[in-house]
Design a protein around this ligand. Structure first.
Ligand code: KIV
Length: 270
């Protein structure tokens, strides 16, 4: 029997979804099993976020994440998925030095990682970088507002765009990202009214995280929605499950059975 081919989401599908008003669902994944589960559930886009640094590697910020780490996680996610569009984050220092390095690193995420698109943080300041990557025919998602790679400039993970001048700057950033050829942009940690205005201003889809309900779609970190990360939970996270307890119960039971000589039983032995 021939294997049924599954059609992957494309950047064109996301544009159509914005136009038709269908919301775009995005989650992060960093490995094969999570990618497989969310792909089977029908997620539109999987983001291999540099949040991997915080929720998987245990760093305090996303800044230490390297290209090698992003390539490793992107390959695993691509192998675990059939129908979702896979977007790989460009880690800190992979696109800020110069355009040649930015082009090479974006290319590596597609060529060696297997990603279908890349994401990078910034607005007006990275518009030329977005343009040069788009000119290589690599689709780019922008990311403005609370941009975690700018944690030290922002003085912490603070909501952006509350003051009028900051809001105007974010509108300029959104226009610059769209004009540079990005096919979508993440709006993180900004007031809902500003996210609505940006979504109505630019023609490309906006993907919100802590940016209200009027964005074209939503993204969250998988570890946050499943209760797998107890380090810090921002207000914008909704917990849809609490699997830490289930995991701990399983591990407790295993340790007990090993100590008591109950595992392995006869059916597990040869
Ligand atoms: O790294 C990441 O996971 C992200 C999303 C939270 C937008 O950039």
């Amino acid at each position: 029997m021939s294997k049924q081919t599954v059609k992957r989401r494309t950047v064109l599908d996301l544009q159509k979804m914005k136009e038709s008003g269908e919301k775009i669902s995005v989650l992060t994944a960093y490995d094969f099993p999570f990618a497989r589960l969310m792909d089977q559930a029908g997620i539109d886009v999987i983001l291999v976020g540099d949040s991997v640094g915080s929720v998987v590697s245990g760093y305090d910020t996303t800044l230490p994440v390297t290209m090698e780490e992003m390539l490793y996680h992107t390959r695993a996610v691509v192998r675990g998925s059939e129908q979702a569009l896979i977007v790989a984050d460009m880690p800190f220092l992979s696109y800020q030095i110069d355009e040649t390095e930015a082009r090479r690193n974006a290319g590596l995420l597609v060529k060696e990682g297997g990603a279908h698109a890349v994401k990078l943080e910034g607005g007006v300041n990275v518009a030329d970088t977005i343009r040069t990557i788009v000119n290589m025919d690599i689709p780019v998602i922008g990311h403005i507002g609370l941009t975690p790679q700018s944690v030290h400039r922002m003085g912490g993970y603070r909501i952006q765009g509350r003051a009028e001048a900051q809001a105007q700057q974010l509108l300029a950033d959104a226009r610059a990202v769209a004009d540079a050829g990005a096919f979508a942009m993440v709006l993180e940690g900004i007031p809902a009214a500003l996210a609505k205005e940006i979504t109505e201003t630019v023609s490309i889809p906006t993907i919100g995280i802590g940016a209200g309900v009027d964005c074209s779609g939503q993204v969250l970190v998988i570890h946050d929605i499943l209760g797998l990360c107890d380090k810090y939970s921002p207000k914008f996270v909704k917990r849809y499950a609490d699997i830490s307890g289930t995991i701990r119960d399983g591990i407790d039971a295993y340790i007990r059975e090993v100590k008591d000589g109950v595992f392995p039983a006869e059916e597990h032995s040869f």
